[in-house]
Design a protein around this ligand. Structure first.
Ligand SMILES: [Zn+2]
Length: 76
């Protein structure tokens, strides 16, 4: 995959996704991603982006102040 910011090569990696929704903070660990070797830009595939959206929406409904979710456990 190519970096969307600088066009250099992005390699498969794992990251922690954080979304601050104001009253709810959602942390998703072990998210598969592509990381640019040059500028460090993080990119997600469409499938992963959709899954993150689902996790965030679920967390919103739960209304916990901080939600820490393991991506791998959500997949299983
Ligand atoms: Zn880059």
């Amino acid at each position: 995959m190519k970096c969307s910011r600088c066009g250099k090569n992005a390699i498969k990696s794992v990251t922690t996704y954080v979304s601050d929704l104001g009253d709810v903070l959602v942390v998703v660990r072990n998210v598969p991603c592509y990381k640019c070797e040059e500028c460090g830009e993080i990119m997600y595939t469409g499938e992963v982006a959709l899954h993150i959206e689902k996790i965030v929406n679920t967390a919103k409904v739960l209304k916990q102040e901080v939600s820490i979710i393991d991506y791998k456990k959500q997949i299983a």
